[in-house]
Design a protein around this ligand. Structure first.
Ligand code: PMT
Length: 426
């Protein structure tokens, strides 16, 4: 989706660069709109380079925007607003899914609240029907001032969203409330604001596990597996995109995790067990895409094991089956139990084995994953799965893990819908 990132003249303007990157990591396109004073804090070229789009700095002067437009006339043809001169704010207003302003100064808040349109950004605010999200940043006395507070209330009453400023050391040397929220917080709020209004995951708590576990043999060796975390990360990102509050429990992976409301890093199956059981309290949905070790060394050595003549025997013991434990606990939970979704990584008899696992572990859904294929399963960007429920089975053909995650969450939403409808039928 295309997001207009408004940047106004505050010391926090440099953080908007990180916000921009964060939005891109979530798969969004960003067009930066800078006020004149913002351009004194951070050069527009920085945003040009990151967004790979012309940066809009003025309502009237073509300047850098037009030059870039001319250079990229091929792109311009697919985006009408690039070639429409001084009515760009109208064309962009129609094309964006969100107007995010970070940092947003008291001045711009005042203009938005009072309908003053004296530059591109303030005109865009009036022209767009997209949701608007502001991350205010200013001196703490300015923030507390009645005039600013009244303007904020006016905007809130119009449905404008806010990312609360933080407390701390301010550029003016004061300590207090008014500091621009941190970029990951702003990105999270933007992603939530973009969530489809009709998603049943909006506002729900979803716990996702991802990646492998490492079971230590000694301080330098471990038993692990080839899980990259991609499948779980895609699920976490998609759940977040749909407006869920996501806790991601991630094993050791080289990939950077997507933004989540909480990320718990674990190493071993025992650590994952503790994190999931703690996080599942109050969760609406638990999805375990992690490849959890079934066995762990019974007696890990505290010093590096030296080599010896002849073979070495390792005694392994079972790890706790996390999903099965959650499944067993369900009937005892007073409040509504979470929807439990497991994966079954199999190389033969995939569907029958997955069905058996679903029943044995007491799951609502199991995602049968044929990991014998080179283009599916461990450490590749694509997957092909079958989602199996009580009375349903959905084949999800080969596609990116992001799209597979969307298909799995569609199934979860169907279950949530069915649950919501159940008491009404009774
Ligand atoms: O991370 P990627 O590179 O993207 O790869 C994705 C994947 C192949 C790891 C993923 O799609 C997948 O199939 N994950 C499940 C792997 C697995 O451990 O499957 P399993 O059949 O052994 O376990 C069945 C289910 O029980 C799983 O949901 C697992 O998380 C869970 N489990 C397993 C063992 C254990 N001790 N506790 C558990 O809860």
């Amino acid at each position: 989706m295309l997001i207009a990132l408004g940047v106004t003249g505050g010391i926090g303007a440099y953080k908007a660069v990180e916000v921009c990157r964060g939005l891109q990591k979530h798969g969004h396109d960003v067009v930066a709109v800078m006020t004149r004073s913002a351009a004194r804090f951070v050069g527009p070229v920085t945003f040009e380079a990151i967004t790979r789009r012309p940066v809009i700095t003025s309502q009237w002067k073509p300047g850098i925007n037009t030059r870039l437009r001319a250079e990229r006339s091929d792109e311009a043809s697919t985006e009408p607003w690039r070639s429409r001169g001084d009515i760009e704010h109208i064309a962009i207003a129609d094309g964006i899914a969100l107007l995010l302003v970070a940092p947003c100064t008291a001045n711009v808040i005042g203009k938005f609240a009072n309908g003053i349109a004296d530059d591109f950004l303030t005109s865009l605010y009036l022209a767009t029907r997209a949701p608007v999200l502001l991350a205010p940043a200013m001196n703490s006395n300015m923030l507390a001032h009645e005039a600013v507070q009244r303007n904020l209330q006016v905007l809130a009453a119009r449905g404008v969203g806010f990312v609360e400023p933080g407390e701390g050391y301010l550029a003016c040397g004061w300590i207090g409330k008014g500091r621009l929220a941190e970029p990951p917080e702003i990105v999270s709020a933007a992603v939530r604001a973009l969530a489809p209004a009709d998603s049943l995951l909006r506002g729900r708590r979803v716990l996702v596990t991802a990646g492998p576990t490492y079971e230590d043999i000694d301080p330098v060796r471990y038993i692990g597996n080839r899980s990259s975390g991609r499948m779980g990360f895609a699920l976490a990102a998609e759940a977040r995109r749909r407006g869920a509050r996501v806790t991601l429990v991630a094993g050791p992976t080289r990939l950077a995790p997507p933004a989540a409301d909480e990320i718990v890093r674990v190493r071993s199956a025992a650590e994952m067990h503790a994190a999931v059981l703690g996080g599942a309290e109050g969760a609406d949905v638990v999805i375990m895409a992690a490849a959890v070790a079934d066995y762990t060394p019974a007696d890990p050595a505290s010093h590096k094991v030296s080599k010896q003549d002849g073979p070495l025997t390792l005694t392994l013991e079972r790890t706790p089956d996390i999903l099965a434990e959650l499944g067993r606990a369900r009937p005892r939970r007073a409040s509504g139990s979470p929807i439990l979704v497991g994966f079954a990584a199999e190389t033969a008899d995939v569907i029958p084995r997955a069905r058996e696992k679903r029943t044995r572990k007491g799951l609502d859904l199991i995602v049968a994953n044929d990991v014998s294929r080179a283009d599916a399963g461990f450490d590749v960007g694509t997957n092909v799965v079958t989602v199996i429920g009580d009375e349903r089975q959905r084949e999800v053909p080969l596609q990116s893990k992001e799209r597979v995650a969307a298909a799995i969450l569609d199934e979860v939403e169907d279950l949530l819908r069915a649950r919501a409808a159940a008491p009404a039928r009774a």
